[in-house]
Structure formats: C-alpha cells, structure tokens
Design a protein around this ligand. Structure first.
Ligand code: ATP
Ligand code: MG
Length: 432
C-alpha cells in the first residue's frame, strides 16, 4: 500500500523539537503575563466573511492564501490565516470591552495559508500574538514594540533589525492614495494582473506585492511619511521619542506597509539577517479602525504576531542553547518477576512526588536494563533481586560519581531518595 505522508507545507514536531517549542512558548507566556496580557483561545475555523472584512479583500491572504471550504451545512468557513480577526470577534461577541481598558490579550495559535511552501513559509505555521484594545497613546505603540524587543532578549535572539513606519489614518491615506494611483498608473504596463486590479481599489497593496517587477516599480513610489496629517505625524514622532528614551534601536523604513489591510499609523517588523528571503520574524502595528469596522464602538487598538517557526530557524542559525530536557533521575532495574513488580511500585511512589523514574517494561536482561538506563541518562540506579526483596534494603548508585548509598525499600523510600538526590546536587553546586 502507498504510504501516506504529511501534507506539503506542514511539519511534524517530533519529541526533540517539541521540547524547544515548549521552551519558547513557556517564555512567551510568562513574558506576556508579566506585561499584563491574558491568554485568549479562539477557534481554528471561522465564518469566511470575518477574514474578508478584517484582513481585507484585496490582500494576498484573502485573494490567494485562505483555506476556505464549505462545511456539510453549506456554510463557507475558513481556517484562520492569522490571529487578530478571531480575537477581535471574540472581544466584541463576549463584551470584553466592558473590562477595564486597556484590554490586553495574547495567543499561541496555528495559522493556515495556502502558500508556496519553502523554508520559513509553511501552510500550517504558528504565531504568538498579542492584541491591546483601548489606548491611542504613543506609549502603547512603543510599549508593544518594547515588549517584543524584550521577548527576543529573553530568548537570546540577536541581530534583529527593528523597522518602523507610519501608514497614517484614513484622512492622510486618502491624499496618499491619490499620489500612489497617479504614480502606478504611469507605470501600469509593468504591474502584475493582481496589482492592476488593486490600482483603483487599494493602491497601497501594490507596495506589498511579492512579484519582482512590481517590487521594482514600488521602489520609486511616493512615501506615505510625506503625506501624514499633523496628528499622525505627531503620534509617530512621539513613538520614536519613547523608543529613543528606552534605548531601543530602530530604522524608519517608509516601504513597510504590512500585508493586512487593517493597519493604521504605526507599523513595525523585526527582521533577521539569519533567515533567507523569509526574513520577517515578527510584524505588527496599530489598527484603530478595525473594531468599529467589525461592528464595535470606535476603539483604538494594536498588536503584533510573531512566527514561531521562523523564530526557531533564527535560534537554530544562532545556535541558541535550549534548556536540556529533564533526565531520568532513578532507574530501578530488576531481576525476576517479583522484583519487577516491586520496582514498579517504587517507581509509582517516586512519580507521585514528581520524580522522573523508570523501570523495566520490556523484559530485558539486567545488562540490557543498565544499558537502557544509560540511554535515559539516569542519574541514579537501583538493582532489585531476590536478596534485596528478602532484606528490604537496596543500594542507590550515583552514575556520575559511582558513590553508593543504602536505601530502605519499605520505609519512606521516596523521602530517602529525595535526600540522596538533593545531597548529590548540592555537592555539584547546582541551583536546582
Ligand atoms: P510575509 O511577508 O513573510 O509573507 P506576512 O506579512 O504575510 O509575512 P503576517 O501576516 O504579518 O506576515 O504574519 C506575522 C508573522 O507570521 C510573519 O512575520 C512570519 O513570521 C509569520 N508567517 C506569516 N506567514 C507565514 C508562513 N506562511 N509560514 C511561516 N510563518 C509565517
Ligand atoms: Mg505573507
């Protein structure tokens, strides 16, 4: 029979790699909680219209990349291509706006985009994202950027360039759109078909087109920063001022517009030189119009999303050390059926006290059991046979130092073992 393989653009996370995911997600969660974000989990699939409306009809995501299908009830549903739309929907649906502002949410979620799969570009990928509702102050923009910046520090990721830009509000953007339309109309012959259709509807999208020719044309386009209204200009100046005061280095890059339609004012990206073409690890910005567009009250908001696969690629390229997996603390080898049952019961006692312990589950010879204990990295071993069962005493061996300690099998075994293992760790001067 033909063997079935994982789908193109999807990845299995095998145990060795899953440990890395646990480590980075752990840092993300704790950093988010420290900064006052609380977790939200929204469904993987939503009404297709949610993404059409929020992400925008003329974006690449909606035009080309969505996993959209009809369910058995004839509804059009879409696997979430990003996390903000669902978070905003839930925020409105459950009246989270009644909570004290700002409302700060975070999520870790799989996302789905039908893209040409390559390194750093998958069809199923994962995002860590945060959203913040209610504040229009520049300190919120700078705070969000500082949060992402601090997160990368905690993860020991280096050499990221922070690029920021302001894409203004609908008022200044109307002026800018005119200038863009005029410019691109002159260059019409060089644009791809999708961009031709964007020309009238959403000329700013052309700036984000991945076709090389369109990207070339976009290089000569007018810059939004020259069209900002006074309020937007002041907002952007203040964001930069606060970043300066916090010693957060950035580059102003007027070509950044981001791939989703809902952004306003501040947009930013963290870009890595250690990735190939897919170099953006984290992207975000303000979306002051989205909540209202989705049927809520006018609410300033902002957020960012970080691609976890890309983050792990950068960490691998930079050889960041991940915390080691906890090794087995005690392996209890056994000879004979009765000893195996005793080993099993002792292991249960240890596991009840959160001590990682193991015993024979394969009917291995004593020799093979000891080899296996070595593969588990067992710090201590204990061998049970007829003699140990008869005397009720055994010998715990420290596999690193060879040191041996007597242990009573029938009297507070777990407590005695805790004493032995703590003493050994103290001797090594370890913190734990
Ligand atoms: P790109 O320009 O790389 O296509 P984007 O503008 O589509 O990115 P966003 O929608 O802002 O990206 O998503 C935020 C982050 O999610 C990206 O910076 C990236 O790290 C990650 N990401 C986006 N699409 C993919 C994908 N197909 N595979 C892996 N990670 C992705
Ligand atoms: Mg994209």
């Amino acid at each position: 029979m033909e063997s079935i393989k994982a789908q193109r653009g999807t990845q299995d996370m095998l145990p060795a790699v899953a440990g890395q995911w646990q480590a980075v997600e752990g840092v993300m969660r704790s950093e988010a909680e420290i900064s006052g974000f609380r977790e939200i989990r929204t469904p993987v699939f939503e009404d297709t219209r949610l993404f059409q409306r929020s992400v925008g009809e003329t974006t690449d995501v909606v035009q080309k990349e969505m996993y959209t299908f009809e369910d058995k009830g004839g509804r059009s549903v879409t696997l979430k291509p990003e996390g903000t739309a669902g978070a905003v929907r839930a925020y409105l649906e459950h009246g989270l706006f009644n909570e004290p502002m700002p409302v700060k949410l975070y999520y870790v979620t799989p996302c789905y985009r039908y893209e040409r799969a390559q390194a750093g570009r998958l069809r199923e990928f994962h995002q860590f994202g945060v959203e913040m509702f209610g504040s229009s102050l520049p300190v919120a923009d700078a705070g969000l950027i500082a949060f992402a910046n601090g997160l990368f520090d905690r993860l020991c990721v280096k050499n990221l360039t922070l690029k920021i830009n302001s894409i203004g509000c609908p008022t200044c953007r109307a002026e800018y759109a005119k200038a863009l339309t005029a410019y691109f109309t002159e260059q019409k012959d060089r644009l791809c078909e999708t961009c031709l259709s964007r020309l009238d509807r959403n000329p700013m999208r052309i700036l984000d087109c991945k076709s090389p020719e369109c990207a070339e044309v976009a290089k000569g386009a007018p810059h939004i920063l020259d069209y900002l209204c006074d309020d937007c200009r002041k907002h952007f100046e203040e964001v930069k001022e606060i970043l300066d005061s916090a010693n957060i280095a950035y580059e102003v890059d007027p070509t950044i517009v981001r791939g989703l339609d809902y952004y306003t004012r501040t947009v930013f990206e963290f870009v890595s030189g250690d990735l190939g073409a897919q170099s953006t690890v984290c992207g975000g910005g303000r979306y002051d119009g989205l909540v209202e567009e989705m049927g809520g009250a006018k609410t300033p908001a902002l957020g960012f999303a970080l691609g976890i696969e890309r983050l792990l690629l950068v960490m691998a390229a930079q050889k960041v050390q991940f915390p080691e997996e906890d090794p087995c603390e005690l392996y209890i080898a056994s000879v004979g059926e009765a000893a195996r049952k005793k080993a099993f019961l002792l292991v249960q006692k240890l596991r009840d006290c959160a001590v990682e312990a193991a015993c024979d589950e394969m009917d291995r010879s004593l020799n093979a059991q000891m080899k296996y204990a070595g593969k588990l990295g067992a710090q201590f071993t204990l061998v049970l046979g007829d003699d140990e069962l008869a005397s009720g005493k055994g010998i715990i061996k420290n596999m690193k130092t060879g040191e041996k300690k007597k242990i009573d099998l029938d009297n507070d075994f777990e407590g005695q073992f805790a004493g032995i293992s703590t003493e050994a760790a103290d001797g090594e001067g370890l913190a734990f």
